[in-house]
Design a protein around this ligand. Sequence first.
Ligand SMILES: Nc1nc2c(c(=O)[nH]1)N[C@H]1C(S)=C(S)[C@@H](COP(=O)(O)O)O[C@H]1N2
Ligand SMILES: [Mo]
Length: 232
Amino acid sequence: MDGAPVGRRVFLGLLGAGAAGILWGANAQRWLEQRIGPYLAKDGTGLSGFLPIGRFRIYSVTGSMPHRDRDEYRLRVGGLVDQPLTLTYRDLRAMTPTGLTRDFQCVTGWRVYSVPWKGVRLGDVLDRAGVQAGAKALRFTSFDGAYSESLTLKQARRDDVLVAYELEGEELSDAHGGPVRLYVAPMYGYKSIKWLDEIEVTDKVVPGYWQERGYDVDAWVGRSNNRDDNAP
Ligand SMILES: Nc1nc2c(c(=O)[nH]1)N[C@H]1C(S)=C(S)[C@@H](COP(=O)(O)O)O[C@H]1N2
Ligand SMILES: [Mo]
């Protein structure tokens, strides 16, 4: 289950290049992210193999760093809906934005305090598509081609569940799952699927990537995965 640790020389070399001012700006960040892709943690459990970017650790189960231009990005919403949608990045930006500042916590124990996120409420996206009778849940897939997640319809309609496009005041980088990812504030990080591709409204919960590997479907922080803070 170990991801490949970032080779010390490679990592220091990249830092050195950045520090020397050879690389700068958004393109430089992309350049850096693409090259470090192979060194990313290949699972969400390895404490040895992770890549720190800013205050975060960057995870990608595929070990790669998918990229999609904002202009080309499309979010598809289908399944049990009245009106299947194909939303562009601009379409999402044109909807009422919601900002949230919360701690971000991975089930493996690391936590980033007071992270500002911005996006649109998932509930607003669902209203736009029109959820049909008999719908119970959502299935999310990623354009990394491997990751998937789920929420019940009730969870999805919470005010603190976003289709997110900004993190810490900046457009989401490739590393953080841009152009658009899910952000499920009350749950462990693994519910917040990166590189969001499609939302399918379903009649039951379909277990996602980590659920198939033993993690809880309902991932409430402190109340799941045997981390019951209120346990006697
Ligand atoms: N597509 C995809 N989404 C993902 C993951 C992943 O590997 N692939 N890892 C999850 C886990 S376990 C966590 S803790 C967070 C980490 O978010 P970050 O990489 O922006 O820090 O993303 C979640 N979403
Ligand atoms: Mo995680």
